[in-house]
Design a protein around this ligand. Structure first.
Ligand code: TXA
Ligand code: MG
Length: 288
């Protein structure tokens, strides 16, 4: 179990088919869904991926940080084909979290690491979440505290016209400014090449209803900004209406609600600006 600034990952030697297979098994992840590979530096990435101009521009400003790049794989890449799900591309990320960076340096190998949750469920944002998800099935969890961001990295496909496959805390606006060109946002579920292949995702395991003004009977309610009346079923993502804080609280609050045995969740409308787009993306998939 590996802490990163976004969410906790389930990490394995990216060169080893045997190690990587364990991830798919533990997560019950379909084998067609490739893993993100975490690198310590650019020099290492260049062995495995073709680093084009757009990538270099973004890398210089945003890395290490909460962004994942889809790039073409080099022919001599030794990354496990199982990790890549047989694709000719690679998803590469340079995590910023100190513990992740130190581990990558000590091991001196890239790590394949998807979020440390059972497939289609909520990502973990603290070490305890990982322990609960897998019981005693994993031998070691590095406790790096509560994740600073709490939502998965932004994923951008740079193998053609830059395309956002998964919105995150690094926003499309930020990326547009750096690349000085238009960015495609992949909203069409049928065409999605990555994170949306699985329709239900980021699920707390109970139904989620979006854009609600009040809860139904026995339903938990998640608000944002101004409070509704107090009640045991009321949870607030951010009393000040701060979207970053809301993103950080989203999974934490959903886990809490599930633990308290509510049978469903209603959530208020979340503004579709900045990281609010990432929150809406996760909610939409969780509500499928
Ligand atoms: O913040 C994060 O990105 C976390 C931390 C642990 O780094 N990781 C994470 O991994 O969210 P995961 O596996 O839960 O999500 C990665 C997504 C998957 O939905 C997968 O479909 C997509 O990245 N992906 C991986 N390789 C790809 C590729 N070659 N082309 C398109 N999508 C890819
Ligand atoms: Mg995941």
């Amino acid at each position: 179990g590996l802490p990163t600034e976004t969410v906790y990952g389930l990490a394995a030697n990216a060169y080893s088919d045997k190690a990587v297979k364990k991830i798919f098994k533990l997560k019950k992840r379909p084998t067609f869904n490739p893993l993100i590979i975490h690198f310590k530096n650019l020099k290492d990435l260049k062995k495995d991926a073709i680093c084009n101009d757009s990538f270099m521009k973004l890398y210089k400003v945003l890395c290490p940080g909460p962004i994942t790049f889809i790039l073409k794989k080099t022919t001599k890449s030794k990354i496990s084909k199982i990790a890549n799900a047989g694709k000719k591309t690679i998803a590469a990320r340079f995590p910023k979290h100190k513990v992740a960076r130190n581990l990558l340096k000590i091991l001196n190998i890239p790590l394949a690491a998807p979020s440390a949750n059972i497939s289609s469920k909520l990502s973990p944002t603290c070490a305890n979440d990982v322990a609960e998800e897998f019981d005693n099935q994993i031998k070691l969890i590095l406790d790096g505290g509560q994740c600073q961001i709490g939502l998965e990295s932004t994923i951008i496909d740079l193998t053609g016209k830059p395309t956002i496959l998964r919105p995150g805390s690094i926003t499309t606006e930020q990326i547009k400014k750096i690349l000085k060109k238009n960015i495609i946002i992949n909203k069409n579920l049928k065409k999605i090449r990555g994170p949306g292949q699985l329709k239900l995702h980021y699920s707390p395991g109970i139904p989620v209803k979006m854009n609600k003004n009040y809860p139904e009977k026995n339903q938990a309610f998640i608000s944002f900004g101004k409070k509704l009346n107090k009640g045991k079923n009321q949870f607030n993502l951010s009393k000040n209406g701060n979207l970053k804080e809301a993103a950080n609280n989203l999974y934490k609050i959903m886990r809490k609600i599930k633990k308290r045995n509510f049978k469903s969740i209603a959530i208020t409308k979340i503004p579709k600006v900045g990281i609010g787009n990432a929150i809406n993306d996760r909610l939409k998939k969780a509500s499928n």
